[in-house]
Design a binder for this molecule. Structure first.
Ligand SMILES: [Zn+2]
Length: 366
């Protein structure tokens, strides 16, 4: 929208930064940011707390009051339309009205069916200058996990892979660990910390026995570890099943083999079959239903290839180590041989940078 000023953009950018920091703790709610401004001065700011606690608007109002000021006559910059419904908390739109805010600039309408424009309508009905659309594209990126779950019924899926420069992940004997350097591994810890859940496959559990936990960063809670093991080939003693919550997805037809896993506190998710394998779309739908906004995939070529072929990958973070493994090593994505080069999978390179000695590519499947 053209009638937003440069100051409007600057304040919304501020709100978006707050939102970005709140995304993980607020999940499955959207991590929203809010900045209160009067006469060009920021008089309060806040971001959504954990589920059941304050939304961003309430935190910003409390911050403003704590500074000895009042939101009366202020503009509220919010990265998502203020809510209009009684959920676990009263509606933020009602509170903004009660505090006498003069203007609300939202980045975007909340697609959640309980809100969907009603928050803005409630504000307008109270005589407040309320609009949406300020830096909407940026807000859609910040809120991509929540939006994916609400609009598509599946999490935002980030697939992480590490390979040599010639695209190899492991030797044929299965040896695969430490392809990349410490900076890239630390970067992976950061990605895990930003995820609600981490998905891996039975082959990776058998070969590497990973824990898939966040160790380098403080997180409000560890991501849910999800193992896709259709035929229950993994050992119930695997490290991924110990300690923090773990979910084992298998074929419905294999459910009789679950007791040894259940005995270790692992939760089971039986899935219908599709072409002889567990249905991946059903897996993602089940994760969304459990409130998973951001899913990170750390798997081998089999699951990677299947997810990409099923068009269920939103982003690939590919770390390329400055080394070469040669032809007789394993690749990144397994799928049937192409008959025609025109059938190759196209991606866009959204970002490329060095992380330590490794190259990190951010790829978007077309
Ligand atoms: Zn709210």
């Amino acid at each position: 929208m053209s009638d937003y000023t440069a100051d409007d953009h600057r304040h919304m950018q501020h709100a978006l930064r707050l939102a970005e920091q709140a995304t993980r703790r607020a999940a499955p709610n959207p991590g929203v940011g809010c900045v209160l401004v009067r006469d060009g001065q920021v008089i309060g700011e806040g971001a959504t707390l954990a589920t059941g606690s304050d939304h961003a608007e309430i935190q910003a109002i409390k911050d403003c009051l704590a500074r000895g000021d009042s939101p009366r006559g202020a503009t509220a910059y919010v990265t998502l339309e203020p809510c209009s419904h009684y959920g676990r908390t009263p509606p933020c739109a009602e509170r903004l009205i009660a505090e006498g805010v003069a203007r609300v600039a939202a980045a975007m309408v909340d697609p959640y069916h309980e809100v969907a424009g009603r928050g803005l309508a409630m504000l307008k009905a109270a005589g407040i200058d309320a609009s949406a659309g300020l830096l909407e594209a940026e807000a859609r990126r910040v809120h991509r996990g929540f939006l994916s779950r609400v609009e598509r019924g599946r999490p935002w899926v980030t697939l992480k892979a590490a390979a040599t420069l010639d695209g190899k992940t492991a030797l044929l004997n299965g040896a695969s660990q430490w392809i990349t350097g410490p900076a890239a591994r630390s970067d992976v810890q950061r990605l895990r910390a930003a995820s609600c859940a981490i998905l891996t496959g039975s082959g990776t559990v058998a070969a590497d026995d990973p824990q898939l936990t966040v160790r380098e960063f403080d997180v409000p809670r560890q991501p849910l570890r999800v193992v896709l093991d259709g035929r229950l080939r993994t050992s119930p003693a695997s490290r991924v099943y110990q300690g923090h919550p773990a979910l084992l997805a298998c074929l419905e037809s294999e459910a009789q083999g679950l007791p040894p896993y259940l005995a270790r506190g692992v939760e089971a998710l039986p899935l219908p079959a599709r072409d002889g394998h567990a249905d991946l779309a059903a897996l993602l739908a089940a994760l969304a239903a459990r409130g998973v906004n951001h899913l990170m995939v750390e798997a081998g070529a089999g699951l990677n290839g299947a997810l990409l072929q099923a068009d269920l990958v939103d982003e690939i973070i590919l770390y390329l180590a400055p080394s070469l493994a040669g032809d007789a090593a394993r690749g990144l994505f397994a799928w049937p041989a192409l008959e025609d080069l025109a059938d190759k999978r196209q991606v866009d390179i959204a970002d490329a940078r060095l992380v330590g000695r490794d190259l990190r590519l951010t790829l978007r499947p077309r």
